[in-house]
Design a binder for this molecule. Structure first.
Ligand SMILES: Nc1ncnc2c1ncn2[C@@H]1O[C@H](COP(=O)(O)OP(=O)(O)OP(=O)(O)O)[C@@H](O)[C@H]1O
Ligand SMILES: [Mg+2]
Length: 353
């Protein structure tokens, strides 16, 4: 793979007419900024270098890495769907290392309590007072593994903190660190004994990325690494190539991007088309349309442009919208899928030129 951002999970570039625009390859790997060092102009190069650094541990899955970088740029949360053993955990841990971000993982189980995630008040016998003990949510990258295994009360505590970026204990709000991004995993196969997230809460995730099984050659490459002694627990060979300051600089750059009125119109037309679809009982909300625009902007900037094209919108449509549409039961029985439906919408809505 070259240095251009990869197409997004489940969206091989051939599904986007004309393919995804390629980013200019950075000439040299960006020097690792020291923590706290001011960033000058290399934020895009630094963030572009994340992918090749993550690739030192994870074979393939470039599209998922690109999606996660887009989410970090948009301060958005991500749903990761994939069967066990496709390196979801390894990928997020490695990404945290390349950015020197704090990382925590919580396994969501049926007996997990809200306080196990957010933190709780504990009694200190010495001072005879209650003090707040921070839960694992106080981190930069939170891997919420198997979020649908925990009952709604605990899910709600997590989702509330995601939305508000704070936790309240005893009436006092406590701010979560910056950046703060939740990456929640779901197993697409085992639905038994799980608590599906309600639609309204799914809407709070910026992207839903699918982590596919690797193609044959990549799986062989995974085995070769293991044969050569690769230890997924030891990520000491992964360097920091970008920082939270690069993310902040990138966010400021993305905010300056030009969006033509035709592109705004295109995003809205796509959302409206989902609402008219006879196969859907719930189409994309204006919040979903806003999310699509934000993700397309971040992708345009990562690709080296100062304006957003309709192709940027197309490239991000499925990851941004697939969890925001709800199929009618009849359509589902007939084998319709959100991605298939969105493909139809993308094919039917006229693209501005
Ligand atoms: N694409 C890959 N590149 C490198 N190693 C891989 C890849 N896919 C799988 N592996 C190997 O498989 C192991 C399992 O990965 P990991 O635990 O990250 O999977 P997971 O998707 O988080 O699974 P689970 O859903 O059970 O948590 C990794 O530690 C790694 O050794
Ligand atoms: Mg895992």
């Amino acid at each position: 793979m070259g240095d251009a951002p990869a197409p997004l999970a489940g969206d091989p570039s051939r599904t986007v007419p004309g393919g995804l625009p390629a980013a200019p390859a950075p000439n040299a790997p960006a020097p690792a900024p020291q923590p706290g060092e001011p960033v000058r102009d290399g934020a895009r190069d630094a963030l572009g270098a994340l992918r090749s650094e993550v690739a030192k541990a994870v074979v393939g899955q470039d599209a998922v890495v690109t999606g996660l970088v887009i989410a970090l740029l948009c301060k958005g949360h991500v749903l990761l769907e994939g069967v066990p053993g496709v390196a979801k955990t390894l990928l997020v841990r490695t990404l945290a290392a390349t950015l020197a971000l704090d990382f925590k993982r919580v396994q969501f189980t049926p007996d997990l309590m809200p306080g196990d995630v957010t933190g709780s008040l504990v009694y200190d016998a010495k001072t005879s007072e209650f003090a707040f003990r921070e839960g694992p949510i106080f981190t930069n990258l939170l891997l919420a593994d198997e979020i649908n295994r925990t009952p709604p009360k605990t899910q709600a505590a997590l989702l509330e903190a995601m939305e508000e970026r704070q936790v309240s204990a005893d009436g006092a709000p406590m701010k979560l660190p910056e950046p703060f991004v939740v990456i929640a995993t779901q197993n697409p196969i085992e639905y038994e004994g799980t608590y599906q997230l309600p639609e309204a809460q799914l809407d709070r995730f910026l992207l839903k990325l699918t982590v596919p099984l690797p193609p044959r050659e990549q799986e062989i490459a995974v085995l070769e690494r293991h044969a050569l002694g690769f230890d997924p627990k030891d990520l000491s060979h992964i360097r920091q190539v970008a920082s939270a300051a690069d993310l902040a600089a990138g966010q400021a750059e993305v905010a300056k991007l030009h969006v033509a009125p035709e592109v705004l119109g295109y995003v809205v037309d796509l959302a409206r088309a989902t609402r008219m679809s006879p196969s859907l009982q719930l189409g994309v909300s204006p919040r979903g349309a806003t999310a699509l625009l934000a993700a397309a902007r971040a992708w345009a900037w990562l690709s080296g442009r100062s304006y957003v094209t309709p192709d940027d919108v197309k490239a991000l449509a499925k990851p941004t919208l697939r969890h925001r549409v709800q199929l009618r039961p009849e359509a589902e029985l007939e084998g319709a899928t959100p991605d298939g439906l969105l493909d139809g919408v993308l094919a039917s809505v006229p693209v501005p030129r």
